[in-house]
Design a protein around this ligand. Structure first.
Ligand SMILES: CC(C)(COP(=O)(O)OP(=O)(O)OC[C@H]1O[C@@H](n2cnc3c(N)ncnc32)[C@H](O[C@H]2O[C@H](COP(=O)(O)OP(=O)(O)OP(=O)(O)O)[C@@H](O)[C@H]2O)[C@@H]1O)[C@@H](O)C(=O)NCCC(=O)NCCS
Ligand SMILES: Nc1ncnc2[nH]cnc12
Length: 275
């Protein structure tokens, strides 16, 4: 863990940062409700070893996404998701093969895949790959995604569609269409004020406090989302130590709550902060 934290500064390659981010997120411990080095969080079907298999299966795709973004850099942003989606689905299939059908990183593939694709697109356009430029590209590529896939549906079938209809939640799609606004507003302004693992723990708590995580709603209803948001906000105000994080871990496990979306956004924050 310490070695990975130290090497970040010499690597500015987005697919490499994305691969690093998945491993750092997994190994951060304790992580309330989530799989880490100490326990499986609120999951019966996942553990640390399974996440390692998932990471090994999906990381080779990050350079594929970046290559595709570069190859199609001269085409309009509005055409890009149609070009990227089949590769994203193929990457999801590689994950499901590695995990024997368990959804470990579906959201992570979506968010990090878009960042890798956008990085290739910027390179293909001869532009600098900065955090702001990446987020702007992702937003342009995903323009209209929420309307097309959530709000304009005749009836709510998937969890995401039901959550949108009931609570106006837009999940991973909304985050991407808004250029990862939660990461940019809740995490990045504080990132360089802190260091090491404490920086990562604070970033995850800030994400849990701000992120409208569809996983929490799927498992615990809107009350489950508010429970986690309020708990994380309290720790950020009152201060926390490892014991407090372990207590929060116990509380979320007792309620079967898992903030998987915030775990994915922590990986997104690592990539954006590394540029
Ligand atoms: C657009 C897709 C993301 C469509 O997927 P879906 O309709 O499911 O969209 P969401 O409901 O928005 O959530 C999908 C996953 O995204 C993560 N997530 C949730 N909320 C947010 C948020 N506010 N911001 C960012 N990301 C968010 C979360 O993923 C993580 O959690 C999953 C593991 O947790 P778990 O509780 O186990 O999840 P389940 O197994 O589903 O529940 P149980 O049965 O166990 O109770 C894991 O996926 C983590 O990554 C949400 O789950 C996208 O998938 C799509 O369309 N893909 C096609 C390919 C593509 O277009 N790719 C483009 C780029 S390559
Ligand atoms: N460490 C983790 N535990 C559970 N779900 C996750 N989704 C992404 N990372 C996760």
């Amino acid at each position: 863990m310490a070695g990975l934290l130290a090497t970040k500064s010499v690597i500015a390659d987005v697919p490499e940062l994305a691969a690093q981010a998945l491993r750092l997120e997994l190994d951060l411990t304790p992580k309330p409700g989530l799989v880490d080095r100490a326990n499986n969080g609120s999951h019966q079907d996942m553990d640390h070893a399974l996440f390692l298999k998932s990471i090994a299966a999906i990381t080779p795709w990050f350079t594929v996404f970046a290559g595709a973004g570069k190859a199609h850099a001269r085409k309009p942003a509005s055409e890009q998701l149609r070009l990227l989606r089949p590769m994203g689905i193929a990457c999801e299939q590689a994950m499901f093969t590695a995990t024997e059908g368990v959804n470990t990183h579906k959201g992570g593939i979506f968010s990090l895949g878009l960042l890798c694709f956008a990085a290739g697109r910027l390179q293909g356009q001869g532009r600098m790959v900065s955090a702001d430029a990446l987020c702007q590209q992702v937003s342009e590529i995903c323009c209209g995604l929420v309307a097309r896939e959530l709000s304009d549906r005749p009836q709510a079938i998937t969890a995401g569609e039901k959550q949108f209809r009931q609570y106006g939640l837009t999940g991973a799609r909304g985050e991407a269409e808004q250029g990862f606004i939660t990461v940019r507003r809740a995490v990045l302004p504080f990132w360089h004020q802190e260091h090491g693992e404490r920086r990562l723990h604070n970033a995850l708590l800030r994400l849990m406090a701000a992120n409208r995580d569809s996983n929490l709603v799927s498992r615990g209803g809107i009350e489950g989302l508010h429970y986690v948001q309020d708990y994380a906000a309290r720790l950020l105000v009152s201060g926390w130590d490892s014991d407090a994080l372990r207590e929060m871990d116990d509380a979320l496990m007792a309620r079967r709550l898992s903030p998987g979306g915030s775990a994915d956004l922590l990986a997104v924050a690592w990539v954006l902060a590394g540029l």
